[in-house]
Unconditional design. Structure first.
Length: 329
């Protein structure tokens, strides 16, 4: 059911920022993103816009809005489904629309970027696309969100037992909270905008995110330890409202998907670069960095898989099996 209050606020925001289509263009689409201009998602959507302009001769233009200027991710999903928003990047909240997509957020379901590409460019990606289109949302690209790592102020995290008693901030995802509580942490959600202050004041001991956020949000100022766990890969869904997609000509639709491919490839390039360069930067800022025991974390994760899949049913299990089948030998 649509949250009328959030939808109304979203409509006001759209109006305030200015609606209308440019005279020289067939379509102007607004794309909402939670991160700032330095985020992988924002830079990747910039590349999407540049490529789309080239392919359509400027007939389809994208206006980018950073820092959730048009509403949070939950609001963006609702607004795309009701035609109030054209495009957005969505991460964890995608499960509010298709719960089975929690399969992509299971710990260690992806072994590396090659596995991610094989799965999302193959049968698993086809299934995900079909499930989202059925909800009025067409995935244009599966952008790199990055492999998530743990930072905290208590101790280096080598095995799950090292998380015992650590107050961990997580996104508002029941699955993510369950994962970290199963590892032994005391996990609870908090809005991302409040995280720096919560770490600074000791409300939380630690958090988990791709390392790019530790740099861009200056978490290195309030965190001592960075543990490279690679416990989860974040898929960032670049979505367009299906109604808006169908309003385009066939040639424009093809251009949108081609531009999506370019954005996806660029996002992986940025993510790979971040892994190589940002860890060195964080070391220079005084953070202690360690490689975690991935085998120990993987073993501790299997009961989480089994419980989650049992709660979700056959469709989720099928998606898990498709992802597993894409794992490189």
């Amino acid at each position: 059911m649509i949250n009328t209050w959030k939808t109304t606020c979203f409509a006001v925001a759209i109006s305030a920022l200015g609606a209308g289509t440019a005279m020289a263009q067939d379509a102007v689409f607004r794309a909402n993103m939670p991160g700032n201009e330095d985020s992988i998602a924002y830079k990747s959507v910039e590349r999407f816009d540049q490529t789309l302009n080239e392919l359509t001769g400027g007939a389809v233009d994208i206006k980018l809005f950073a820092n959730s200027a048009l509403g949070d991710q939950e609001s963006s999903l609702e607004a795309m489904q009701t035609g109030l928003l054209d495009m957005a990047t969505i991460e964890t909240p995608i499960t509010s629309v298709v719960p089975e997509l929690g399969a992509t957020a299971l710990p260690y379901i992806f072994s590396g970027r090659e596995h991610v590409a094989r799965a999302l460019d193959g049968e698993a990606g086809d299934k995900i696309e079909a499930m989202l289109v059925a909800k009025g949302l067409r995935p244009v690209a599966f952008l790199e969100g990055g492999f998530r790592q743990i930072t905290n102020n208590v101790r280096p995290i080598n095995t799950p037992s090292d998380l015992e008693g650590i107050k961990m901030r997580t996104p508002g995802s029941a699955l993510r909270i369950k994962i970290f509580n199963a590892y032994g942490a005391n996990a609870s959600p908090l809005p991302f905008s409040e995280l720096y202050s919560a770490l600074q004041t000791g409300v939380f001991d630690g958090q988990e995110n791709p390392v790019i956020w530790a740099k861009s949000q200056r978490f290195y100022e309030v965190q001592k330890y960075l543990s490279l766990t690679n416990h989860l890969y974040t898929v960032t869904y670049l979505l367009i409202s299906e109604d808006k997609f169908q309003s385009l000509s066939e040639e424009q639709q093809q251009a949108v998907m081609q531009a999506g491919d370019a954005a996806e490839a660029y996002s992986v390039e940025l993510g790979t670069q971040a892994d190589q360069e940002i860890v060195d930067f964080l070391k220079e800022q005084g953070m202690q960095v360690n490689e975690a025991d991935v085998a120990a974390f993987t073993a501790a994760s299997q009961p989480i898989w089994d419980e989650w899949a049992g709660e979700q049913g056959a469709v989720a299990q099928e998606l898990i099996e498709l992802i597993k089948a894409a794992r490189p030998e």
